[in-house]
Design a protein around this ligand. Structure first.
Ligand code: MD3
Ligand code: FE
Length: 202
């Protein structure tokens, strides 16, 4: 029997046009002038992650050897994160009916060989709010499972301009990125894939 996608999983391939994707990359470029990408560390082990990160919003998700948390300040510069661009708030309004705007937009940059292990997103107090994700640049092999680590998983290829909405059950499911298909997009000058995730934190 084929496993079903979790309830609340919505995939909107090609949501953003090429021109809109270019504008989003430009907004990320502007943001990282004040909030540069940093290399997170795994809690406890201190192992650097292959994905490097920054954030927009009043709160940013940060991971360091001491643990992970939402923080109003960048872990290296101690400055506030730049505001979430209006274009992303417009996306949120278009694809969700949640009464609150997201307080956080995590920016993940996957270079060649970067991966993100299977995990659940559980640092948010607003456990019932949806999460919205935007893929930019190289294609990725993305995997989503169920509420338990050993549940069966399904894989998808995500392409530049695709949007995912994770609501209800899907919001609480295991997921990860198994591989990046290097050189499959010309969008990002230095290459790789950028994923933006909009979250309501509390
Ligand atoms: C499914 N990011 O930042 S985005 C993350 O491609 C994260 O960078 C991946 O997982 C990425 O935490 C996947 C899509 C996504 C985001 C959150 C989810 C899928 C999700 C939460 C629950 C289920
Ligand atoms: Fe996640």
């Amino acid at each position: 029997m084929k496993n079903q996608l979790p309830q609340g999983f919505r995939y909107l391939p090609g949501y953003f046009s090429r021109q809109q994707q270019e504008e989003l990359v430009e907004l990320v470029r502007a943001g990282i002038k004040t909030a540069p990408f940093y290399q997170p560390r795994m809690p406890k082990t201190g192992q650097p992650t292959s994905v490097i990160m920054s954030n927009f919003g009043e709160l940013g998700w940060v991971s360091e050897k001491s643990g992970y948390r939402y923080d109003p300040l960048h872990p290296k510069t101690a400055e506030h994160w730049p505001k979430i661009p209006q274009e992303l708030l417009d996306l949120w309004g278009d694809v969700t009916s949640w009464p609150q705007n997201p307080q956080s937009c995590l920016i993940n940059w996957y270079r060649e060989g970067s991966r993100l292990g299977l995990h659940i997103d559980a640092s948010e107090q607003a456990k019932d709010a949806p999460i919205v994700s935007v893929s930019l640049g190289d294609q990725a092999l993305y995997r989503i499972g169920g509420l338990h680590r050993n549940d069966p998983t399904r894989s998808f290829k995500l392409s530049s301009g695709d949007v995912l909405v994770l609501a209800d059950t899907a919001r609480h499911c295991y997921h990860g990125v198994d591989r990046i298909y290097d050189g499959t997009s010309t969008l990002i000058p230095k290459g790789g894939r950028i994923n933006l995730t909009l979250r309501v934190v509390r």
